[in-house]
Design a protein around this ligand. Sequence first.
Ligand SMILES: [Zn+2]
Length: 239
Amino acid sequence: MVWLTIIFVFVMIWALIYPITDYWQRWFSPSVLKRGQSHPQKVDREKKVCLTFDDGPNPEITPQVLDILAQYHIPATFFLVGYRAEHSPEIVRKILDHGHEIGVHTYRHCHAYGMFIHKSINTILQGIQILEKIAGKKVVWFRPPWGALNLFELLTVKYFRLKIVLWTANAIDWDIRTTPVQIVERLKKKLQPGCIIVIHDAGGDPEAPRHTLEALPELIGQVQAEGYRFVTLTNIQEN
Ligand SMILES: [Zn+2]
């Protein structure tokens, strides 16, 4: 009986640290920016859409993404992985010089369920430090890898007053089997006012960002043809 009680308490603590915190912030937390489906009371009427890129910077792909965005005069937000930013600080500066926003996507891009106290705190802290050092200003946006967050990360994010951002439209473009046509089609199906699109300029299959790059002009063109305007996260939040 004693052992059963110990196991029960252990499981309950584990559940609180991982799945309960994760599901709360994913589906119910009012402070998480994931406009549209999760907060129907806040559904936007204006046809604004926010384009976000995860897992970069990628020395080969990100500059080409920036060229396409400049060609169409649209802003985006880049959720950067700390160790990659450390290797390519000039690309981070270029992203900012082009008028885009950046956010923290942790330092190592580890999954929340595989980290305990020290690693959870450090991956966020190091991510913030490297981005703020390069950018020379405070970083406010945070996106957890795979959208998953544990209790230690959540407390760290709250301590540093970061704003958590998830997404409402995901193309699964990190998978090399997803074609450029499928990327555009999947995102168009989920398009709605206040939509936050997530695509990747790095991460996943090494060749997958090429499909994203190829899909990008078509995606921008089709979204604009539907009457939508691309805005920054700051702008969509203030909406
Ligand atoms: Zn990621």
